[in-house]
Design a binder for this molecule. Structure first.
Ligand code: XMP
Length: 319
């Protein structure tokens, strides 16, 4: 915990359930799920306190990993959460049309997210509270005085008519403690063992203007990358892995003919808190297998590179 106390997950859950019940009474609470550890643990905890009076909203911005929306939605339903999946990819692509600047892109994605979320929130009767998966490093980081390096978005910027009270049961915990609470709540490694994934999703891993075609290419390459890490037993040894679509055309060769296609960059880093990160020294044979599979299977890609940059110097995400 932020104050140095050791966490007892069982006792923590009991105390939080009681506090949430007292805080919200008979009101309805809404929560935006992202597929990540923090929002999922928050949802299961609040659900334990007030059952179906927690209404979760899971927005598909079209920038999730391949099959992620369907898979995660099914998992949430299996966990007994009252969740509404909202498909809004077209709106996000429309909002990002013509934008190439990374910060403007982040802002466009963030604003569209808030618009979609607010529309859904307005439909929920009696909603007076917003539950969020804020954790201690989020609070600590937002007090940094060195200026914004990247704009992160959450649903903090909702319009005036949607002034909810906040329910943030994890706000004094570190990430590893959130995982302990999640395990005690019965969540498995499908959620708890996930690599961090940015709110704007593949939008910050697809350089330049976002189009459904580029994202589809990136989703295919990313799936090959992540599946290979899992199959080789490397996924859990890496803190975060990403594939990046680099819209730079280079010459290649396929079936004896010249090709002129895009680049995919692979990134795998180790970190403790995302403030610094070091590249993972993956075996060359493994990387060779992955490049082979990506170039053979993903149309539109004829070159794969491995990003060897540390943070700081570089950031983890490319945008
Ligand atoms: P950077 O790229 O700043 O990323 O080195 C540090 C960590 O933060 C994640 N990240 C985000 N997470 N919303 C999020 O929820 C965002 O907008 C966002 N941008 C970066 C990144 O994946 C890494 O784990």
């Amino acid at each position: 915990m932020y104050n140095g106390e050791k966490l007892d997950p069982k006792a923590f859950i009991a105390v939080q359930v009681k506090e949430i019940q007292e805080q919200v009474g008979d009101d309805v609470v809404i929560l935006g799920l992202s597929g990540g550890v923090d929002s999922t643990v928050t949802a299961v905890l609040v659900n334990r306190a007030i059952g179906d009076r927690l209404q979760c909203i899971f927005v598909d911005h079209g920038l999730l990993r391949k099959n992620e929306f369907e898979d995660v939605l099914a998992y949430y339903e299996k966990m007994g959460l009252n969740v509404k999946g909202v498909r809004a990819a077209d709106r996000f692509f429309a909002a990002c049309k013509g934008i190439t600047d990374p910060e403007l892109k982040r802002k466009a994605i963030g604003k569209t997210f808030i618009d979609v979320f607010a529309e859904e929130a307005r439909k929920v009767q009696n909603a007076k509270w917003l539950a969020q998966g804020t954790i201690w490093p989020d609070i600590a980081e937002s007090h940094s005085d060195k200026g914004t390096i990247k704009s992160h978005h959450n649903v903090g910027g909702l319009p005036e008519d949607l002034k909810f009270g906040l329910v943030e049961p994890l706000k004094y915990l570190y990430k590893y403690e959130v995982r302990e609470v999640g395990a005690e709540l019965g969540l498995d490694s499908y959620i708890l063992g996930r690599h961090p994934f940015p709110g704007p999703g593949l939008g910050v891993r697809c350089l330049g203007e976002l189009t459904p075609e580029k994202i589809a290419i990136l989703q295919e390459a990313d799936k090959i990358w992540i599946d290979n890490l899992r199959e080789a037993g490397l996924y859990d040894k890496v803190w975060q892995a990403a594939a990046i679509f680099v819209p730079v055309k280079t010459t290649g060769i396929a079936d004896g003919r010249r090709t002129y296609d895009n680049v995919i960059a692979l990134r795998a880093v180790n970190s403790i808190d995302a403030v610094t990160a070091q590249i993972v020294h993956l075996p060359w044979d493994f990387l060779d297998k992955v490049q082979d599979e990506i170039i053979a299977k993903v149309k539109g890609v004829n070159r794969v590179v491995y990003d060897i940059s540390s943070k700081p110097g570089a950031t983890i995400e490319w945008e």
